[in-house]
Design a protein around this ligand. Structure first.
Ligand code: PPS
Ligand code: ADP
Length: 199
């Protein structure tokens, strides 16, 4: 079997599995700067969805970097590899009826597009959420002290400061977390998922 035939067979299998699963899973990717609120919103929403009886997983960026992406750094190539690995696992789970919340920076548009294309080819739902908290707010929150470390010259290559963040041009939802509570942010995303028949 050629590589093209293998890829075509893989896509057919993925589409068949997606159709056979009666509960529609999807990947919900929350992209944004460090301290934007991605993780907090993901866990708040996951709690609400689980209480409603939905199968949910959160693919937390930090956990992934401890296991699936252990050894990867923050170069452009490593971030791309990290995002593709997460996208691969997420699509597998989503295809099998799980609603997968992915609070991962994913700073490069081409990396995000490759993940979206993989979902599209398999017929698996994909929702992009830009947690669009401005860097001025993120750097005050500074949950992990990274902005302070960058300012002190202890680290470099911090997304949004001295490393690129390519904003999504047309996300399915943009959350301005600086203007609302965590519950309100999670509720906005819950409303979108309900509208799309995913929650
Ligand atoms: N240089 C640099 N730039 C950006 N982020 C950094 C960096 N060093 C460490 N961290 C912390 O790593 C956390 C996980 O990153 P991600 O896997 O989400 O990033 S990426 O999509 O691969 O770019 C990410 O988690 P969040 O703060 O939850 O976004 C950061 O806290
Ligand atoms: N509307 C909101 N949505 C999400 N987080 C918020 C909001 N308002 C304030 N925060 C706070 O911002 C911080 C975001 O941290 P975190 O979720 O770890 O960000 P990220 O995962 O994007 O790095 C938390 O301390 C959270 O309580």
């Amino acid at each position: 079997m050629t590589a093209a035939q293998r890829e075509s067979a893989r896509q057919e299998r993925a589409q068949r599995e997606s159709q056979e699963n009666h509960v529609s899973g999807a990947t919900v990717w929350l992209t944004g700067l460090p301290s934007a609120g991605k993780t907090t919103i993901a866990y708040e929403l996951a709690g609400r969805l689980r209480a409603e009886g939905r199968r949910v997983e959160v693919l937390d960026g930090d956990e992934i970097r401890d296991f699936l992406s252990a050894g990867l750094g923050f170069s452009r190539a490593d971030r791309h590899t990290n995002v593709q690995r997460i996208g691969f696992v997420s699509e597998l789970l989503a295809r099998n009826g799980v609603l997968v919340l992915v609070p991962v920076i994913a700073p490069f548009a081409d990396s995000r597009e490759a993940v979206r294309a993989r979902h599209q080819a398999a017929g698996t739902g994909y929702v992009e959420v830009h947690v669009a908290t401005p860097v001025e707010v993120c750097s005050v929150r500074d949950v992990k002290g990274l902005y302070a470390k960058q300012a002190a010259g202890e680290i470099s290559g911090l997304t949004g400061v001295d490393d690129p963040y390519e904003e999504p041009e047309s996300p399915d939802l943009r959350i301005e977390s600086q203007d609302q509570t965590v519950r309100e942010s999670a509720a906005a995303l819950h409303a979108l998922l309900t509208e799309r028949g995913l929650a």
